[in-house]
Ligand binder design. Structure first.
Ligand code: SF4
Ligand code: SF4
Length: 199
């Protein structure tokens, strides 16, 4: 083109008067725009450990790791920031709507990508008959809160709530003498054992 476009000339004059458009980061902290999608940060209190966020994460950046040892079971939820694409699907589709939030933290550069993660751990409830993982305790208690008085209609939810409130005995060690019997009705049971109890 022979002549500079008028629009470009206008921008050049504005830049001369107002100064550069770019920020001075890293010499001066940059203030992100409202609604900026930065580091997803899980909330230990609000997260129930259901793992729904890992299912919807398009980058497979959320790892769900279940560990069972000596009758104690835990679930770790790990956000790997080196894989994250900051799409906010985990925040948008979180079961409790508060389990994880994208913050405006953007400076996540590291020399060791293995250190770029956040992790929270949740206690898992095991089947007291066969030892199978049922669900995170917080997830069952969250369901109990949602159900209100209807909790009494579900033996698993009711039983977990009772143990949590110390109304009934502590968790019993899982047994492996399948099949579960009618007398196991009030033990915390996985769906498979529950079928055996009531068949
Ligand atoms: S509560 Fe939300 S953040 Fe926690 S595991 Fe479930 S979906 Fe993910
Ligand atoms: S922001 Fe997107 S890519 Fe990152 S952890 Fe959440 S769902 Fe996965």
């Amino acid at each position: 083109m022979k002549y500079p476009k008028l629009r470009e000339l206008k921008e050049a004059v504005i830049a001369l008067i107002k100064g550069p458009y770019t920020t001075k980061f890293p010499f001066k902290p940059h203030t992100p725009f409202p609604k900026f999608r930065g580091k997803p940060t899980p909330d230990e209190k609000e997260c129930i450990g259901c793992g729904a966020c890992a299912e919807v994460c398009p980058a497979r950046a959320i790892e769900v790791k279940d560990t069972v040892a000596d009758g104690r079971a835990t679930r770790s939820l790990i956000w790997h920031y080196d894989l994250c694409i900051y799409c906010a699907q985990c925040e948008r589709l979180c079961t409790t709507e508060k389990g994880v939030k994208l913050t405006n933290e953007y400076d996540l550069v590291t020399f060791d990508r293995k250190t770029s993660f956040s992790e929270i751990t949740k206690e898992l409830v095991l089947c007291e008959n066969c030892g199978e993982i049922i669900a995170p305790k917080d997830q069952i208690l969250w369901v109990a809160k949602k159900l209100g008085p209807m909790t009494y209609g579900n033996l698993l939810v009711f039983g977990t709530l009772q143990k949590h409130l110390h109304v009934s005995t502590e968790y019993t060690q899982p047994e492996t003498d399948l099949p579960a019997k009618r007398s196991d009705m009030f033990r915390l049971s996985c769906p498979k054992c529950r079928h055996q109890i009531f068949e």
